[in-house]
Design a protein around this ligand. Structure first.
Ligand code: AMP
Length: 402
């Protein structure tokens, strides 16, 4: 007799050599299982699996994603859960790029799979891996409805002025080059949660959301609709990130190609994997950057300053774009935990109605909370993101429409 997990959702986020998963109950928000398979396709692979308070780490060889998922299902079986026969209600897949085709969570069928595959060239680092995850789970759990939740969806209707690159219009149209935006599931979840936290109507609030994790992006959301965001055709544009450049003069690509003789693949790796905080000071873990900067390390201090400079530039831009700002909201690993980043990014803006309360900002908590003073006309908050919960809820809405 299998343990029951009725009504729960398996959320899957497949990367090129990794697979993150969570099983959760979207109504009670209870997390039942959580795990990560890493180094899939390499000589040794590892799965960290957590089920109702029990941890296991398994090492072995996982040649591909299907083998990884088969192993994860085996781990569930040793916990007494036969996933295929335990009441699992749906699978929610995080898919990076929905291109121009997808702007809402979508029930996955053969046609949707081939459309995600067709979008591969727009997000070569993400979509093919996401699709491998979709195919592997579908092969092993063919009877559970599967829903794709796209990271770009929230930004699908960005105003044309914000989504259009000043590029030859025909070339842009031919290759679907425009600004799509990413982290949409998080920006939407956090901006809605902010309205809920303040007991205000979502449609009444003008918000700036800062999703500061290893990847980082910011959005301006006017009355529930995003009007701008920092990521573009790919998740490389915008803020300084753990390993990504963020905004950069495209002329640097020509220079590195013509003068340094680097290949396009080398430049891609340089910009996406070896730049950002890591490129500036050798470290992409923000905690280490802060510690080293505090200890007088010049490279770490410069990395912090460049990071902050870019953040403040966009905060200024979005204040002007929104005209009236009601909330500024910090989320994700750095945004939720790094009090100095929150304080420094909004320092000296009292004339614009922004005043951080040092004591409130220093509180550590997993709950949404206000960190501005009562006198601050713009309310500043920390609102923990929960992309898995958002994906699980959206998967249920699509799989079982009311
Ligand atoms: P995420 O991608 O949302 O998981 O965020 C990862 C980033 O959050 C990493 O750069 C971490 O170093 C950073 N982070 C996590 N905890 C803290 C903390 N207490 N202080 C500063 N940064 C943190």
């Amino acid at each position: 007799m299998t343990e029951r997990i009725d009504g729960s959702v398996l959320v899957v986020n497949a990367g090129s050599s990794s697979l993150k998963y969570q099983v959760l109950e979207p109504t009670t928000e209870e997390v039942i299982a959580d795990g990560l398979a890493e180094q899939i396709g390499e000589s040794t692979s590892r799965i960290k699996h957590w089920y109702r308070g029990h941890d296991v780490v398994v090492e072995g060889v996982l040649p591909d994603h299907e083998a990884a998922i088969a192993k994860v299902l085996e781990l569930f079986r040793s916990d007494g859960v036969d996933i295929a026969d335990s009441g699992l209600a749906a699978v929610g897949h995080r898919v990076a790029h929905g291109g121009r085709s997808f702007f809402a969570p979508t029930l996955i069928d053969a046609e949707v799979r081939s459309e995600i595959e067709r979008l591969g060239p727009l997000a070569p680092l993400h979509n093919p891996a996401n699709l491998v995850g979709v195919n592997a789970v579908t092969a092993l759990l063919p009877d559970v409805p599967a829903v794709a939740v796209f990271d770009t969806a929230f930004f699908h209707d960005l105003p044309a002025a914000a989504s259009t690159y000043a590029l030859d219009a025909e070339v842009a149209a031919q290759y679907a080059i425009r600004r799509y935006g990413f982290h949409g599931t998080s920006h939407e979840y956090v901006s809605r949660k902010t309205a809920e936290t303040l007991d205000r109507e979502y449609a009444d609030l003008n918000q700036i959301v800062l999703h500061l994790g290893n990847g980082a992006s910011m959005s301006a959301v006017a009355g529930g609709k995003p009007i701008d965001t920092t990521m573009g055709m790919t998740p490389l544009e915008g803020l300084v990130m753990g390993t990504r450049t963020g905004d950069i003069d495209a002329g640097i690509v020509f220079q590195l190609s013509r003068v340094a003789g680097m290949s396009i693949d080398d430049i891609d790796t340089l910009f996406n994997k070896k730049s950002g905080l890591k490129g500036l000071c050798g470290e992409n873990d923000f905690r280490s950057v802060l510690e080293r900067a505090d200890g007088g390390d010049e490279a770490a201090q410069l990395a912090y300053d460049v990071y902050l400079h870019r953040l403040r530039r966009y905060i200024g831009a979005y204040m002007v774009e929104l005209g009236r700002v009601d909330t500024i909201v910090f989320t994700a690993g750095v945004g939720e935990n790094a009090a100095p980043v929150r304080a420094d990014s909004l320092a000296g803006l009292e004339n614009y109605g922004i005043e951080i309360d040092a004591e409130r900002n220093a509180i550590r908590s997993k709950e949404p909370r206000v960190i501005s003073t009562d006198a601050s006309t713009i309310t500043v908050l920390v609102v923990p993101t929960n992309e898995e919960l958002a994906i699980a809820r959206q998967a249920m809405e699509v799989a079982y429409p009311a």
